[in-house]
Every structure is written in C-alpha cells, then in structure tokens.
Design a protein around this ligand. Structure first.
Ligand code: C5P
Length: 317
C-alpha cells in the first residue's frame, strides 16, 4: 500500500464518504466602480443577488487531487490547479496541515461565459464540501477569509441571498430582499476576461474624476420592498460601457431583450452575459424565447432571485 493510500485509508475512517454542495450563480444589481487602486484592484459598491441557477460540487476521498466536470459547457472548464474548486481544496488543506486528496466533481449548470460567477461558485462550493468531508468544522468567518483569498466574488457565492460588497467586493453586508425577482440571462458566444474589462474601464475613464463608489439608496429600497419597477429603474453597471466597447454586439442582445418586454437590461458583472429583469415568470419565458430567436446569444436561461448560498445537500457516511 502506498503512503498516499495509507493516508487515505486513515483519513476515510473519520471522514464522510461523499459530500455534495449546491451553490448559486449571481447577478450584480448595481456595480459601482471606483478608480484603480495601487494594488491594481478597484474599490467597488457591488450589490450582489444570488439567482437560482446552480452548480453542484461533489467531493469524495481520492488518492490525489482530481477535478472532473459534467454538463453542456463542461468542455470549457479547466480541470487543473487553476480551477477555483481545486484552489479552494488546496487552501483549506494547507491551513489544516492535511493533504488535499479529494476527487471534486462539478455538475455545471451555471453558464460558462462570464458575468455570473460560475467559477467563484465552484470555489465556494468546494470549500464548504471539503470542510464537511474532512469534518473540520471551520467557522463561517474562517471560510469567508479563504474565499476572499480565492477571488473577489467568492465570499458572496458562499453566503448567497443578497449583499453589498465593498472593498474589492469581498467585504459583505447582507441585504434584505422583500420579494422574488424574475430574470433572463442571455449567454454570449465566448467569454470576456475580467481583468481586460477593468483595464478597458480604466482606459475609458482616463483623465476623468472617477467618484468613490457608493450603493444607490433607491436600489436598496427597491430590493427591500420587492418593487420590481423601482429595481428596474435603478439597475446600473459601471463596467457596461467597457464590456460594450470590447464586445459591441452585446448592444444587440440588450436591445432584443428590451424589445421583447424586459423591464430593464444590463451587462451582468464584467460580461459577456447580459441580464434582463422581467415582471413575472411568464414574461421571463417570453423574453427568453425572443432572445433565442433573435440569434444574438448562444442560449437564454430563466432564473429567480434571491437564492440560497452554498448549501450541503447530501452527506453520506
Ligand atoms: O478577485 P478576482 O480574482 O476575481 O479578480 C480578477 C481580476 O479582476 C483582478 O485581477 C483585477 O484585474 C480585476 N478586479 C479589479 N477590481 C476588483 C475585482 C477584480 O480590478 N474589485
């Protein structure tokens, strides 16, 4: 028996045999962006809303760290150590002086294109799954600290619901939401690199006085009261001009969704996914059909918000 197998056998005597975690996608109801900081990041006022499209992360003990992925977009997901799920397992194992010997399977339903935090969701999901598999009992604050090291959007994927993210987006204040909101997401062909979109933001705002980012009180009020019309009027994304500058065709997608009856349309995060807020589920279905028929996107998905953050849905001893 190899050393790895021995360690695995010892470990498996006190750990679960399989843990599955469900973790949601997100949309940014407001993304206010400040000037570039000396560390290259940008201060944000980022109003996150978790939406009901989910990846499921299943972890099982293994001889070595391994990542697999299934789902329609699985071919676009990196399976090496750059995958945030793998990085989450390594970061957690390092903190506890154990080996990250685990098989991580990602059942991917969150569109892989950018703007919905699918990679961040997998990081947060794998972290909670490994913490449960290895019976570490980390506090929420300990998990959130590791999430923040993994990426600016990862902490929100863990907590879900709705939250204001400040700093580079990782410092979260949970927000009250007074109702369900119905969204359509148009998934573009190909991705957009987040650093490239932030660099384009810097280029477009060069020489201007970029104000300090702040959450819009009218938007927070609309969320709290569940007022979809008010929310539609307040949605805002400072990265949208940069995303449109890099991918002008996204303007056609936004126009197609608005023409089909969406109350509001915007680029989700750094894009290229676009988000459409609708009155109800019937309108959402109609807007999704129209977006598909318009030929301006690869696929269209319907989802409601808010949604629960990373949640253990299965734990087999
Ligand atoms: O934190 P994360 O790894 O997701 O960030 C990816 C990239 O996006 C960063 O390297 C940076 O270029 C940009 N970014 C930023 N300001 C933020 C968040 C991300 O400039 N608040």
């Amino acid at each position: 028996m190899s050393v790895g197998e021995q360690a695995q056998r010892q470990a498996s005597s006190k750990t679960a045999a399989e843990v599955r975690v469900r973790v949601p996608a997100k949309v940014n109801a407001q993304l206010a962006v400040g000037a570039a900081r000396p560390d290259g990041f940008h201060d944000l006022a980022n109003v996150f809303l978790a939406v009901g499209l989910y990846d499921e992360i299943t972890v099982t003990p293994a001889a070595e760290l391994r990542v697999t992925c299934s789902g329609p977009d699985a071919g676009q997901v990196p399976l090496d150590a750059t995958n945030l799920a793998a990085r989450a397992a390594i970061a957690l194992a390092e903190r506890h002086g154990i080996d990250p010997h685990v098989h991580i399977h990602i059942a991917k339903d969150i569109p892989v294109a950018g703007g919905m935090a699918g990679g961040s969701a997998d990081g947060a999901g794998a972290l909670l799954a490994c913490d449960t598999l290895w019976s570490l009992g980390s506090s929420r604050d300990e998990l959130l600290a590791i999430c923040a090291e993994l990426g600016s959007d990862v902490p929100f994927s863990l907590i879900g619901g709705a939250a204001l993210g400040t700093g580079r987006g990782e410092q979260l204040t949970p927000l009250d939401v007074g109702g369900d909101f119905h969204w359509v997401f148009a998934v573009a062909e190909g991705g957009l690199s987040t650093p490239t979109v932030f660099r384009e933001f810097d280029r477009l705002t060069e020489g201007t006085d970029v104000p300090a980012p702040a959450a819009d009180p009218a938007l927070l009020d609309a969320l709290r009261t569940g007022d979809v019309t008010a929310l539609a009027g307040a949605l805002a994304n400072d990265l949208q001009p940069a995303a449109l500058s890099l991918r002008p065709s996204l303007a056609d997608t936004l126009a197609a969704g608005t023409a089909a009856g969406a109350l509001a349309a915007l680029v989700s995060g750094s894009g290229p996914t676009t988000a459409f807020l609708t009155e109800d589920t019937d309108t959402a279905a109609r807007v999704a059909r129209a977006l598909l028929a318009s030929g301006t996107c690869r696929t269209a998905r319907v989802a409601a918000s808010p949604a629960q953050g990373a949640t253990v849905v299965r734990r087999d001893a």
